[in-house]
Design a protein around this ligand. Structure first.
Ligand code: AMP
Ligand code: MG
Length: 636
């Protein structure tokens, strides 16, 4: 098989122009009003009736002839005779004469003979006598037929996206069926490694994220997704799926198999069945994209990587859906923000996922290939071609994802249930990147984090200050947090009484850079010293030492499932998981905070909660505050 190489990439500008010219004709279908939200109205909606259909009262009170009240005043009320009552929905007819009144409810029809409604608050009734204390003018508190919507009036424009307001307006003119545009967009996920969510994950398999993420994205644009499911990397199967989708849909999207790897054959199939308009766009993430046309059906091969697939969808597929439906994209909010850190670019046009915290932009591009890149991001920042570096402090424009609430504080570092409690009690939204203490220090020096959450012990048993000194961090303070019991975590059928007992067992370790891992290293070092052997020799005897679980909870999961015999971590996590725990050490979990943020409301709130008695009480078993909690012990 000939391998495709990306020698000539289409520029982003050319690719945009290309998709701007692709348009398909959607179908029109009629939906029950209950199901119409989110769709696009296919034709102008004219009202077939007046709303309201009759003159109605807008207040609870009494229907009267206005002129009868002109003399009324507080000291000298006018007396009228009450001849009946009209509740809402009343079908009885009344005629009201001079000197008479009828009790009337909000929304009830105005009877014959009257021209105003006096509010109940301006009256007093005694038997069938009504005393009116305030004059009303003609038409006061009456809504005339058709004042809301007039018969024949256009109430909604074609191509409007249907939301709660539109549904309300259509229901109020009695519509129960709504003509909407229907653009069927098929999705085929390719890859022999894919498994449907909900099914058991086999060896070297991953769950199919794209079918669902892309379906949701299609819906957000007003299209109708059709999921064709997973197709293994076999030419014949792919072709069959494509044929079916093309015969049933207006636009077809595939994911995976677009790059130049062995087995990546989607572009060849598209090429053979129709016409390839472009293969490869000069953009990152997601260069390997194919845009083609098969039997007049736009067919787009998205990259397999979920983050790339979604970015490419937003950039080059959403416009086709919008063009075809005749709507303008409604959810792209652009904001101007300031780079919180520098970003280096490869000189290509790049769509860079970024987080935006209090107006500062930082890269959210942890590693490409992770769907969490997008869920940790608040928007996309477009790096122009030939840009090598964007300075911190530079003003940039960020296209925000729909419906995201920007976080209030950015925390990077070790993971701890205490942080979840702090988030809950401050009422703030944290973006927490659980990447271990080392990453916390690094993010701090790079200006990305507001707070680094750290529990890094040095050889002398000191927590965190020595690392801060060694890293030459400046403009930060070290705030002491709390103490946490760390120890061995295992199931009751394992007989473990101390660190020595784990030597021939299968263990699960924490990720490199995690403070908890460093603590285990230190404990093993002390044990080795007692035995008169070297630390590295000691560590060699541990099975599974090189594993790297990212959270306390995942350590417990591995122990519970029986995959390993023992783990090392928090008592709080062990107890939550119902596992045995032997304490070995107490660590100190601290917070490094940027000095220039100390006075801002969010940090003040954070510190106040940390120092509060209530926080101390609510901490789970095995985590406790002490006299140093919340104090700033050093400033760098
Ligand atoms: P491909 O473009 O087929 O080479 O895929 C690129 C990467 O994305 C590979 O690591 C795939 O396993 C992954 N991938 C492909 N399709 C999906 C999918 N539907 N959901 C999640 N990951 C996928
Ligand atoms: Mg693949």
């Amino acid at each position: 098989m000939e391998r495709k190489e990306f020698r000539e990439l289409t520029s982003v500008e050319d690719a945009r122009e290309l998709v701007d010219n692709i348009k398909v004709q959607p179908q029109v279908t009629v939906l029950p009003i209950e199901e119409a939200a989110g769709h696009i109205i296919a034709e102008d909606i004219l009202s077939g009736l007046d709303v309201p259909a009759f003159n109605r009262s807008v207040k609870d009170g009494y229907a009267v002839r206005a002129k009868d009240t002109y003399q009324a005043s507080e000291p000298a009320p006018t007396e009228l005779k009450v001849i009946g009552a009209i509740p809402a929905g009343c079908e009885d007819s009344f005629f009201v004469d001079d000197g008479e009144a009828v009790e009337i409810s909000t929304g009830a029809p105005i009877p014959e003979g009257v021209d105003a409604v006096v509010m109940v608050e301006s009256t007093k009734q005694s038997g069938d006598s009504l005393f009116v204390y305030l004059p009303v003018h003609i038409n006061e508190n009456i809504m005339r037929a058709g004042t809301d919507i007039m018969k024949g009036e256009r109430i909604l424009r074609k191509n409007t996206r249907i939301g709660s307001r539109e549904i309300g307006v259509m229901a109020s003119i009695g519509m129960d069926k709504v003509p909407v545009k229907k653009l069927a967009v098929g999705i085929i996920s390719t890859g022999s490694e894919l498994i449907r969510p909900g099914e058991k994950l086999g060896i070297s398999k991953i769950y199919d994220a794209n079918s669902y993420a892309i379906a949701a994205a299609i819906e957000e644009c007003g299209g109708t997704p059709r999921i064709y499911g997973i197709v293994r990397d076999e030419e014949k199967l792919m072709e069959e799926a494509l044929d079916r989708a093309i015969s049933e849909c207006d636009i077809v999207l595939t994911s995976g198999s677009t790059s130049a790897g062995a087995g990546d054959i989607m572009y060849m199939i598209i090429e053979r069945k129709g016409e390839t308009l472009t293969h490869g766009i000069a953009i990152k993430p997601g260069k390997p994209v194919v845009i083609g046309m098969i039997n007049n059906v736009p067919t787009i091969g998205l990259p397999g990587n979920p983050t790339s697939a979604l970015s490419i969808f937003n950039e080059f597929v959403a416009p086709i859906i919008y063009n075809s439906l005749g709507v303008k994209p409604s959810f792209k909010t652009k904001i101007t923000a300031v780079m919180g850190t520098g970003i280096r670019s490869g000189g290509r046009e790049e769509l860079f996922p970024v987080g935006v915290v209090r107006g500062k932009v930082y890269p959210a591009d942890k590693t490409s290939g992770a769907i969490t890149t997008l869920s940790d991001a608040d928007g996309i920042f477009e790096i122009r071609p030939h840009t090598e570096y964007i300075e911190p402090g530079e003003e940039v424009e960020v296209t925000m994802f729909g419906n995201v609430r920007s976080p209030d504080l950015m925390l990077v570092g070790g993971q701890c249930p205490g942080i979840d409690l702090l988030e809950e009690m401050t009422g703030l939204t944290f973006r927490t990147l659980n990447m271990g203490s080392s990453a916390g220090f690094t993010a701090m020096s790079g200006g990305i984090a507001d707070i680094a959450c750290v529990n890094m012990v040095d050889v002398d048993g000191n927590y965190n200050s020595s690392v801060l000194k060694r890293m030459n961090l400046d403009n930060v303070v070290l705030v002491k947090g709390y103490r946490r019991e760390q120890g061995l975590i295992f199931t009751p059928d394992n007989h473990i009484y101390g660190l020595e007992d784990i030597i021939n067992l299968q263990i699960i370790n924490r990720n490199r850079g995690s403070g908890t891992r460093a603590l285990l290293d230190r404990e093993m070092g002390l044990l080795a010293e007692g035995k008169g052997i070297s630390k590295s020799e000691m560590i060699k005897s541990l099975k599974g030492y090189n594993s790297g679980s990212k959270t306390h909870r995942s350590v417990c999961d591995a122990v519970k499932s029986g995959k390993v015999d023992v783990g090392f971590g928090l008592r709080a996590a062990a107890e939550e998981a119902g596992l045995e725990f032997i304490p070995l050490a107490e660590d100190e979990f601290d917070f490094v905070i940027r000095k220039d943020l100390l006075e801002i409301e969010e940090i003040q709130n954070f510190l106040a909660v940390l120092r509060s008695e209530e926080f101390s009480k609510k901490l789970p078993e095995g985590i406790s505050t002490y006299e140093m909690t919340g104090s700033i012990i050093s400033s760098f």
